[in-house]
Design a protein around this ligand. Structure first.
Ligand code: 5GP
Ligand code: ZN
Length: 114
């Protein structure tokens, strides 16, 4: 997807602070952090949103969660806790149409979200 912001991060056209990289997934720091730790974990493959996930992509979604959990361990927040968020569509607050998991940590998060 030539015009997709996160595809540009995947292919290196746009720089970002990458904290994890494997064959199918990368993770990088959010440019506008909403918590002391705010990391975005994304599939390298362009999938617009969780609503666009096909059956063959479901293992990839599991992998995104696994990577998020290992990153939480690595940055030392696993015990204190953290939040994983996937926004989908306009009412979900999704601004970038490339599936991403937010990992938020480092402060007490409140509920319900706005
Ligand atoms: P959404 O609202 O789609 O769930 O979240 C998109 C996230 O991407 C936001 O938290 C926003 O700060 C982040 N973001 C937008 N543009 C960039 C960028 O160019 N680089 C990085 N690292 N994060 C971005
Ligand atoms: Zn994309």
């Amino acid at each position: 997807m030539a015009e997709c912001l996160f595809c540009k991060i995947v292919n290196g056209e746009l720089s970002s602070d990458i904290v994890y990289d494997d064959e199918t997934v990368i993770a990088f720091k959010d440019i506008n952090p909403q918590a002391p730790h705010h990391i975005l974990i994304i599939p390298k493959k362009h999938i617009a949103s969780v609503s666009e996930v096909s059956a063959e992509d479901e293992p990839l979604l599991g992998h995104l969660c696994g990577v998020a959990a290992r990153l939480a361990e690595k940055i030392g927040v696993a015990e204190a806790g953290y939040r994983l968020v996937v926004n989908s569509g306009p009412h979900g607050g999704q601004a970038v149409a490339h599936l991403h998991v937010h990992l938020l940590a480092g402060r007490q998060l409140t509920w319900p979200p706005g």
